[in-house]
Design a protein around this ligand. Structure first.
Ligand code: GLC
Ligand code: CA
Length: 554
């Protein structure tokens, strides 16, 4: 089979927000099954679905209370087996989300651990004694507040890098690790195609447990420096791979924010753990290095281009990458990448699709991206569901911003922007559900929806279909060809892909003014989102025009 996973086009589903089959306002597995033909027609070959395991939903499923059971809201294990089989019939693989840095505090292991000081499960998690009546260290958790939560009635604390309902597992404990490996193998034996592996660069903690420099008005110190990309993590990765992934021909994609390029080997090198990884170095330009949403970051398309191209070059030196513009933790890319709201048009959405599709990487498309969905403005913090929106709202005010400013930051970056229900048609609940959905509908659902685009050959959706088909037709060139940045003006992002005698060029004019680009030799036009203007191989691109070209030399 070789490295079949390089040739995939992956579609990410947020199960709560994709399609509700039984009218309770929450997306579910039968809803996903009902849309498999739509996905097949789009041309994608794998689906990554965010967690569907049993969960109290403190972080929408990233807090798992039972790895072997499906959340009632989503359906049953039988539904899931049906989904795997139905997808397989259409040659679509299912990737589950694998959340093994932490569990829910309602997982049976943790419940026993917290109730009983002598429980063997205390060592499945990280419990530490207090120091002089306070928490063991001053580290701040990702969702705000200390990483330590006090055990009632004891001078003991447990560790959570994320929310307090997400206690971290103790990877130093081999017994715990083997229980996790058994679970992974159990799922792979069910016939899934692989996993997206959540927050995996957090599993090794700095064992010195010392305080960090205070970096906020809350008197705490960001935990990333102690709990992310730590030395020694490669030992865990080796064992994980050997005990699980190596036994199956699966696709694994690591979510690993902030990995320096000289440390990619453990993740995706020849002996690395995963098939590929998401590199956030080019997608997080709008947040601080500590991933906070304020103050607003100053960056340009030139910066974006430099980061994206550096990622292509550096990641491909070591292994394979997973390219993306959107996921369930980010705002919509039209808003993130285009500063002027008037320029967030269907034309620009097509450009973003083209920019992604011909990179040397496996592309990941997030539900709704293929129809050009946009952010949703909210007027009060109460309208948000996302746990990080609430904590960033608080943190920003603690750092001296006004409630209005804090709300602006949250609106811009909230994870609810991509989590609002998928828009299938122009009915009241956009064909997502027959009742009011669990999260506010997108206010543009009447204009931007699948039904409107599916029969329009000029739509963003039709353009995505053409892009995916073109990628798959040229897949050897995309996978094995070289990547080269083209020298252009600052606002043009253009690259060439070459294999043997074939060259594909993808040129993207990412601002609202004309640009000209000279090319050597005659090219054939594969696709564009506007009329192609070519005078003797000098191309004039209109604002937000994308142009995909190819030539074959004899
Ligand atoms: C990852 C997920 C995110 C979640 C976090 C904790 O970053 O993508 O949604 O909140 O891990 O599991
Ligand atoms: Ca439902």
């Amino acid at each position: 089979m070789g490295e079949w996973w390089k040739k995939q086009v992956v579609y990410q589903i947020y199960p709560r927000s994709f399609c509700d089959s039984n009218g309770d306002g929450i997306g579910d597995i039968q809803g996903i099954i009902s849309k498999l033909d739509y996905l097949k027609d789009l041309g994608i070959t794998c689906i990554w679905i965010c967690p569907m395991y049993k969960s109290p939903m403190a972080d929408n499923g990233y807090d798992i209370s039972d790895y072997y059971a499906i959340q009632d809201d989503y359906g049953t294990m039988q539904d899931l087996e049906e989904l795997i089989a139905e997808a397989k019939q259409r040659n679509i693989g299912i990737l589950m989300d694998l959340v093994i840095n932490h569990t829910s505090d309602e997982h049976a292991w943790f419940k026993d651990a917290i109730a009983n000081p002598n429980s063997k499960y205390r060592n499945y998690y990280i419990f530490k004694k207090g120091v002089d009546g306070h928490a063991p260290t001053n580290w701040r958790s990702v969702f705000g507040g200390s990483v330590w939560e006090k055990v009632p009635g004891e001078d003991m604390y447990y560790y959570h890098a994320f929310a307090k309902k997400q206690p971290d597992l103790n990877w130093e404990n081999p017994e715990m690790r083997h229980e996790i490996y058994n679970m992974i193998n159990w799922w792979l034996e069910k016939g899934i195609a692989g996993f997206r592996v959540d927050a995996i660069n957090f599993i090794k903690k700095d064992q010195r447990w010392c305080d960090g420099e205070v970096d906020g008005a809350d008197g705490l110190s960001n935990c990333f420096q102690f709990s992310r990309n730590r030395e020694g993590i490669e030992e865990f990765f080796k064992e994980l791979r050997h005990e699980t992934f190596d036994k199956h021909d699966c696709l694994t994609v690591a979510e690993a924010v902030g990995v320096p390029y000289d440390q990619l080997g453990a993740f995706i090198g020849k002996d690395g753990c995963f098939s590929m990884m998401f590199d956030f170095n080019y997608s997080n330009l709008d947040v601080t290095p500590n991933e906070e949403w304020y103050p607003e970051q100053d960056w340009t398309i030139k910066d974006y281009k430099e980061h994206l191209f550096a990622s292509q070059i550096e990641v491909n030196k070591i292994g394979w990458s997973a390219a993306f513009h959107e996921n369930h933790d980010m705002p919509r890319s039209l808003a993130r990448l285009i500063k002027n709201p008037a320029e967030r048009t269907p034309k620009a959405a097509k450009l973003l699709g083209a920019l992604l599709m011909f990179l040397k990487a496996t592309p990941y498309i997030y539900e709704g991206e293929e129809i050009g969905m946009v952010n949703n403005e909210r007027t009060s913090i109460d309208q948000f569901d996302d746990i990080s929106s609430k904590s960033q709202y608080e943190r920003a005010q603690l750092e001296g911003y006004s409630p209005e400013e804090a709300l602006r930051f949250v609106n811009r970056r909230s994870r609810d922007n991509t989590r609002s229900p998928m828009c299938w048609d122009d009915s009241v609940y956009a064909g997502f559900s027959s009742v009011k959905p669990w999260l506010m509908m997108n206010e543009k659902s009447k204009e931007i929806n699948v039904e409107k685009e599916i029969h329009d050959s000029n739509s963003v959706l039709s353009f995505y279909k053409q892009l995916i088909a073109l990628r798959q037709k040229n897949v050897d060139l995309i996978v094995d060809g070289t990547f080269k940045a083209l020298e252009t003006s600052d606002s043009v992002v253009a690259y060439a892909r070459t294999l043997d005698n074939e060259t594909l060029i993808c040129m993207n004019n990412m601002h609202n003014a004309e640009e000209t680009i000279d090319l050597d030799g005659d090219y054939e036009v594969l696709l564009s989102n506007d009329t192609v203007v070519n005078n003797d191989n000098q191309y004039t691109l209109s604002g937000w025009q994308t142009l995909v070209l190819k030539k074959s030399e004899k």
